[in-house]
Design a protein around this ligand. Structure first.
Ligand code: SF4
Length: 319
């Protein structure tokens, strides 16, 4: 098993590399040992995508802890959506995401089964609902709900158990590459989401495991010395509880709830010098409300990316 070094109270502490455990279990199929698995539960979560309609119910969720504040205000005030909609392609992406996230949770449960490394709780169909309390004014506190993917008790190498929130995410090729290189920080929306969950659970740590939606069996990484390894489709990070960041999330939710209309909140994002919107605005469900003169057009993308692929060479002596 691989270990990863986290900083605990200024001291280095070695923790299991959960992503490599999951990758090993996926690569080595064997009899299922844990009885938490529910084929029906897995099927139900996928079928949900065929009947569940996402609408502007007005309720805020902890999964949106890192979302644009003005976008949250549009949703909170039941504004009719007018921006990027949900079509068949996005539904398929959600379905693939749901299936993969569920199978990764199952693989992790199996990987830990019968070991002294730790265990996963409240995952899959046993997910918990947690609440963040946000004081709005004297006598009025809002409760924002969320559903962490799970909760882990993991033994560190010095044998102290670590309580951690588990979060599983699918990422685009670009997002996954950035996550592997730089890790998550306060400007990443997933960072905010896990901070909210840690706050609700009183956990000091979270482990976020991500998989690349476009991982290829032939993808390789070449190091400075010329050596190479296949790129793992999974990568994870231990993330420490950050109370200041949680306070900023609470302030954001409070500001949204106290607003009278979305437009009183300034846009935190905007177009580039050429007037083009980029992420998160071009993926926003309200961009035509937020920028009433926004228009879609098609443009050739010149985003070419070099990549490293594993090739098989037979050499010259192939008789
Ligand atoms: S268009 Fe951009 S600034 Fe406006 S609500 Fe959406 S994400 Fe926020």
């Amino acid at each position: 098993m691989r270990w990863t070094n986290i900083d605990k109270d200024g001291q280095p502490l070695w923790m299991p590399d959960i992503a490599s455990l999951v990758a090993d279990r996926l690569a080595n199929p064997k009899k299922l040992m844990n009885d938490q698995h529910s084929a029906k539960g897995l099927g139900d979560s996928i079928l949900r995508q065929l009947y569940e309609k996402r609408s502007s119910t007005g309720s805020l969720r902890l999964s949106q802890s890192g979302a644009c504040i003005r976008q949250l205000a549009y949703q909170y005030h039941h504004t009719e959506e007018d921006g990027l909609g949900i079509d068949a392609a996005s539904k398929l992406a959600f379905i693939v995401g749901d299936i993969t996230e569920a199978i990764l949770a199952s693989a992790l449960i199996e990987a830990l089964e019968g070991t002294s490394i730790g265990a996963v709780h409240h995952a899959l169909s046993d997910q918990e609902e947690v609440y963040m309390e946000v004081p709005i004014r004297p006598g009025h506190t809002a409760k924002i709900a969320g559903h962490p993917d799970g909760y882990m008790v993991i033994m560190s190498q010095d044998s102290d158990p670590i309580n951690a929130v588990l979060e599983i995410k699918s990422m685009s090729e670009f997002g996954f590459g950035k996550f592997r290189k730089e890790g998550l920080g306060p400007n990443d929306s997933y960072y905010s989401q896990v901070q909210s969950y840690m706050h609700c659970k009183g956990a000091e740590w979270a482990y976020l495991i991500a998989y690349s939606k476009s991982a290829g069996a032939k993808d390789a990484e070449v190091y400075d010395d010329g050596s190479w390894l296949p790129v793992s489709p999974l990568h994870g990070q231990w993330i420490k509880y950050d109370p200041e960041h949680v306070q900023s999330i609470k302030d954001k939710f409070r500001r949204v709830i106290q607003s009278v209309e979305p437009e009183e909140i300034e846009r935190p994002h905007g177009p580039n010098k050429k007037g083009i919107l980029s992420f998160p605005c071009d993926y926003c469900r309200y961009y035509k409300r937020c920028f009433p003169f926004a228009e879609e057009h098609v443009q050739e993308s010149r985003w070419l990316k070099k990549n490293q692929k594993i090739k098989v060479s037979v050499g010259e002596h192939n008789d």
